[in-house]
Every structure is written in C-alpha cells, then in structure tokens.
Ligand binder design. Structure first.
Ligand SMILES: Nc1ncnc2c1ncn2[C@@H]1O[C@H](COP(=O)(O)OP(=O)(O)O)[C@@H](O)[C@H]1O
Ligand SMILES: [Mg+2]
Length: 368
C-alpha cells in the first residue's frame, strides 16, 4: 500500500486493517476448503445412497451447492461483523494508552512536564512503562521547578549587594557619598556577602551533583569540637553569650573530613549566636551512641518555629534576623549526609531555644 496512505492511517487504522485482512483471508480459506471438500463428499453420499437417476442427482447437488453457498455467506457475514466489532474494541483498548503516552511524551518534549498519565491496565509491561514515564515526568517537573526557584532566589540574593555597591560607587563619583572608613566598610561588607554567596553556591551545586569531596581521616572529635568553639569564642564573648562544651571522658575518634565538620559546627555556632540574646548560652555536647557520634548545639535563643524544623534546611530559607545567604544549613546537612550521617533540628520549650543535632558514623560508611 502507498506509504503516504499508510502514514495517514495511523497506528489504530493499521492495526484494524491488519485484523480485517487476517479475517478476510480466513473467510476465503474456509469458503474455498468447504467448496473443494463438500461437493465431492456429497456426491459420494448420493452414490452410496443408490440414487441412480442423474437428473435427481444433479438437482440435489445443485440444491446442496446453493444451500451451502447461502449458509457460508451468512456465516461469513456474521463472522465479519462479530470479529470486526471485537477487532475495533481490542484495537481501541490497545492503542488508547499508546496515544495517551505519545501525547504526554510530546508535551514533555515541548517543555511542559506537568502531565497526568492514567493507568490503562492493558498489560503488566505496559503498566511498567506508564509508571516509569510518570515518574520520569514528575522528576523532570521537580528539577525544573527547583531550577526556576533557584535562579529566582539567586537573582534576588545578588540584587541587594550589587545595588548597594552600585549606589555607593555612583555616590562617591558624584561626591554625594564621602570616601570615609564607614563607606569602605559598607562596600567591603557587600563584597564579603557576594564572596560568601559564591562559595556557598559552589558547595550547594557540588552537593546537588553528589560531588562534595571529603578528605576523611581518623580524627579526634574532641579536638575538632574544641577548635570550632575556640574559633567562635571571641565573637560569643563580644556578644555576651556564654559558650560551653561537654565532652566525653574518653576521646572519640571517627573517620571524618576535619575541615568539613568544622565548617558544619561553625555554621551551627554562628546561627546559635545570631539567635541567642545577650546573657543567653550555647552548649556543644559530644557523645557516642553505638557506632555513631552525636554533636548537639543547644542555644537559649528564640527557637526555630515548630513548622520550620525541616524547611530551615531548604535552600535560601532565611528567618527575619538573618543576614546570611540561607544556604548554611543546606550545605551543613549535605556535608553530614556525605559523611553517611545527618543533621536535624529540634525546638526546646524549657528553656526556650533550639538544638541542632549532627550525627556521624564513627567508621567509614558506604553511601547509597
Ligand atoms: N539556632 C537557631 N535558632 C533559631 N533559628 C535558627 C537557628 N539556626 C537556624 N535558624 C533559622 O534557619 C534559617 C536558615 O539558616 P541557614 O541555612 O544557616 O541560613 P542563614 O544563617 O544564612 O540565614 C535561619 O535564617 C534561621 O531563621
Ligand atoms: Mg547560617
């Protein structure tokens, strides 16, 4: 058949045509075999019945041939109608989900990932295909949303420091803003904010690609906690917030990347300090729990709201008091996960405050 006509027919038309062709051939074969076999057989029976008169025999044979032709035609007609209805039903049932999947695939190819895939239950393999396609579309949709949100958040994050710097440079050029230490300090702060943002973004994207590089060695965790608290000590003293540590009697060693654990603790301490008022306290506790070690940072600050205990780990999630990028806890959790551990948040009521709990396995743990 002409290829243009075949293309126009579509899958449904082609399947239907194929079924009808098979049916037609089957009817032809049945008719041909019936005619070839029935006439000689009937003739034999007439001879065996002893009908000698050739006129009677011819008339009887003609009557038989006519009756058989009518019966065959009726049978073929009924078979064609019945089988045709069944073929249409089967073809529709098989092609409907394929058409739906093709439309969904086209929609995904056009960049619209929000597609709904129904379950046709035609066949187990086909159901697997539908499920896999629906999962793929959902993942693409999620990545697309995250990418869009990330770009929007990033643009928002860049806007403030860049416009502040632009305003200061213009002001200095026009002589409206004095070139005194306070102007340089504002500009330096904005540049520092941009620098921190670019470092944080590099870590976040490395975490997204599961490409956070860890240099794990056997470390004494008491030392790691002490250097993190020692580094933060002066800022706590400046703000009048007490910083204490509770270490186990025996030193604990674990296979960790020292700098990364210090990075996590520095972030937790910075957050705790920011949210704890003067006169408050922050306590860092290190304990061993089975094959894990746990470092908790507990503050007597305003406490993370109960409905934000998970979302504080989202990218760019920032509270009112924050002047950071909102990426600190995202990176800290990614680093904890890369170690095979975790980082979780808890709200305390008595006394009010938050506890951030970092768990890390003591030995090397294979990541999933
Ligand atoms: N100890 C804490 N007490 C109260 N809120 C906190 C604490 N730690 C984190 N948060 C909340 O979680 C948000 C996200 O923290 P983080 O990811 O480190 O970003 P950033 O510090 O840049 O704001 C903070 O803006 C703050 O609202
Ligand atoms: Mg932070």
């Amino acid at each position: 058949m002409n290829t243009v006509v075949m293309k126009r027919l579509g899958l449904r038309g082609k399947l239907l045509l194929a079924q009808l062709a098979v049916l037609f051939v089957a009817c032809l074969v049945i008719a041909a075999v019936a005619i070839a076999v029935a006439a000689p057989l009937f003739h034999n029976h007439l001879m065996m019945a002893g009908i000698e008169d050739s006129n009677v025999r011819t008339h009887t044979e003609e009557a038989f041939a006519q009756t058989m032709t009518i019966a065959l035609l009726c049978g073929i007609a009924v078979a064609l109608v019945g089988a045709g209805i069944a073929a249409v039903y089967i073809v529709r049932r098989v092609t409907a989900p394929i058409t739906m999947l093709a439309e969904a695939a086209q929609s995904v190819a056009d960049g619209n990932f929000d597609v709904t895939i129904g379950r046709s239950d035609v066949d187990a393999d086909f159901t697997r295909l539908e499920t896999a396609f629906a999962d793929m579309a959902a993942r693409l949709d999620h990545s697309d949303r995250v990418r869009k949100r990330l770009l929007a958040d990033l643009a928002h994050e860049l806007r403030t420091p860049v416009s502040t710097l632009a305003a200061y440079v213009d002001g200095i050029e026009d002589g409206v803003v004095p070139t005194d230490p306070s102007s340089w300090s504002v500009m330096r702060d904005q540049l520092e904010r941009l620098r921190r943002l670019s470092c944080d973004l590099a870590d976040v994207s490395a975490a997204d690609e599961h490409a956070l590089e860890l240099d794990r060695r056997t470390e004494n965790l008491d030392d790691v906690v002490c250097s993190a608290t020692a580094a933060a000590g002066p800022r706590f003293a400046d703000r009048g917030v007490e910083l204490t540590t509770a270490l186990p009697p025996q030193p604990i060693t674990a296979e960790v990347d020292r700098q990364r654990i210090e990075q996590i603790l520095a972030n937790l301490l910075e957050n705790a300090l920011r949210h704890t008022p003067t006169g408050g306290s922050v306590k860092v506790t290190l304990v061993r729990e089975g094959d894990h070690l746990t470092v908790s940072v507990t503050d007597t600050g305003d406490g993370i709201p109960a409905d934000q205990l998970e979302s504080v780990f989202d990218r760019f999630h920032r509270g009112d008091r924050s002047d950071g990028s909102g990426l600190g806890l995202t990176i800290a959790r990614s680093l904890a996960l890369a170690h095979g551990g975790n980082l979780t948040a808890r709200r305390n009521e008595q006394p009010l405050g938050s506890t951030l709990v970092l768990t890390v396995p003591m030995g090397l743990r294979q990541l999933p």
